[in-house]
Design a protein around this ligand. Sequence first.
Ligand code: NI
Length: 541
Amino acid sequence: MSPLSDSHTGGPLGYGPLVALTSLRRTISVCAALGLLLVPGCHAVEQALPYAEAVRTSPDDMAGLQARTVTVDTDHSVVSYRYPMLGGAHPLTVETRTRMARRQTAFLEELPDRGTPELHQDATILAASPHLVGARLTATTSAGRDRTFEASTLWYDAESGEVLPWTSLFRDEEAIQQAHLALAEVLEEGYNLPPQQLPGLVGEVARGEGAEDGATARAENPDSSAPPLDGPPGEEGGEDEGPGLSDPERAHEAAQRWAGSPLQDLAFSTAGGLAVRMDPADVPAAGRVDEVLVPVAPEDTEGLLSELGYQAREAALSGNNADDDLPLGEELSAQGHTLDCARLKCVALTFDDGPGEHTDALLDILDEYDARATFYVLGSLVEEFPDPMRRMAEEGHELGNHTWKHDDLARMSGTEIRKDIKRTNEAVRELTGSLPRTIRPPYGSLDGTVRRSVDQPFVLWDVDTLDWKNRDSDAVSGHALDHTVPGSVVLFHDIHETSVQAVPAVLAGLHRQGYHFVTVTDIFGDSGLEPGDVYTDARLP
Ligand code: NI
């Protein structure tokens, strides 16, 4: 089977759950670094490597913040992810989850056929204050002896409500260039790297080769000690100097131009400068370590950061302890859409005509895959099964209205329709605390009167498993697996045991293909659902 556990599985690199103060406080022989051990007398020379301690806080350890850890363990792979659960549909949670979900899909679509492939994704907090929240996303894969590691950072700016890339921490692209030069200097002087061996963009900038288009074109104001630009993006004033990298579009463009820069995995250091993670393979003097945190001294960052950057640094240095003033959203909840399905392989599994005696078992099965579903319940059954109803709501599933007792709405008057829908809505609210968001008319039957009589959207389906008719689990799962495409809404009935028994194979098969199981509201996402309109699926164009 596929046990799911809530315990956090640390990645193979073993990042601790507490503030990770990774350091390289050790000495090496300069000669060893240069491969000159055989030179007489050389081994006697020792030198301390410059190091930085990064401020990285586990979301589990932050007051007012909750994190969710999920592991899906199947016979072909293990995937896990931990993300901070900010309130409602907080932009930082949506962006974090969506990036992790995309990474997971890519991993499963290209699953190596050897070893026991694993993907572990994690998010830690780099800075948190009333102004911003900074998060570091890591992805570690392993398959046999092959390992990969990726990291990036996201910065939620409370003023604009935007989630921005690392470039937004800098005043402009000239400042980014200067930060690369500062890194180059530390690598040359502290790690004895000759200029021609400086890696990637650091080497290109130091040798005056790369990224010149962004950096020099932007430098209209040559005074590098100019104060950071402030004011919200889109403010009309100051157009001549440009909004700098506080403008989301410019920040994203700059992040593309500087893709591959070690600064995309920067943190603030306990010393008040930057701690920039570099691949040990690029820094031979560091020896055999998991990561090298190269310091940029506090004085070398002066004048380089944006207003957001200085706010982030202040937050990190103050221990990210702003408590209840953090911009975390109003209410922490499993509800609310937390994935952007316009950028993902999503499917909405829907279950009609319940709740019933098999619904509890179904909820257990869904939980194994961190799957969210939508239940179109009958108002007349709701009181009979209060516990599954409450469980659905608590575990992040969505409740929909399937009328009081499965009457054909198209054969009813407007008054009768309104009365039936309202009665069912209230029955659901009574038990779960919230109203159903959408209606599924029995038999998919609706006409103009039905559409005009209610102020909720109607949701049908594009994949009908015909489970009520054939009562054959293999046929039901086979149909679902054969016909689901990204954006599909799949119809089942959880009152039949054979339908519930088909779900493990559906989840296993679609998970293996990289699908994410979301609610109806999630799958239609930002395009929204209009009252009275009829929807079948959210297939991507
Ligand atoms: Ni039905």
